[in-house]
Design a protein around this ligand. Structure first.
Ligand code: ZN
Length: 89
């Protein structure tokens, strides 16, 4: 029986990231504490999850972040009139 494992390709950016670590840049702000990041060298995407840990960005976590961002924006829009009233006092 022949089993094949997926071939790994070694690139310079992959070696750089594996030795020095990823150079993450914020690509999308979801809430005040949750962001999406992309490595500037290899392009790996990660995000903060609800428990504060960094996990890889999959299709499911992207969908979750989109829903969470919509909810957060609605929540912040609802809070704006209250801050406007406090500013007029
Ligand atoms: Zn990287």
């Amino acid at each position: 029986m022949r089993t094949e494992s997926p071939k790994r390709t070694f690139t310079f950016s992959g070696i750089l990231c594996s030795t020095l670590g990823h150079d993450y840049v914020v690509t999308r702000k979801i809430t005040n504490h949750i962001n999406e990041y992309r490595c500037a060298n290899c392009g790996k995407e990660v995000t903060d999850n609800l428990s504060g840990r960094v996990v890889s960005l999959t299709f499911q976590t992207k969908e979750l972040n989109t829903s969470l961002a919509n909810f957060f924006q609605k929540k912040m829009r609802r809070k704006l009139p209250l801050t406007y009233e406090k500013a007029n006092l």
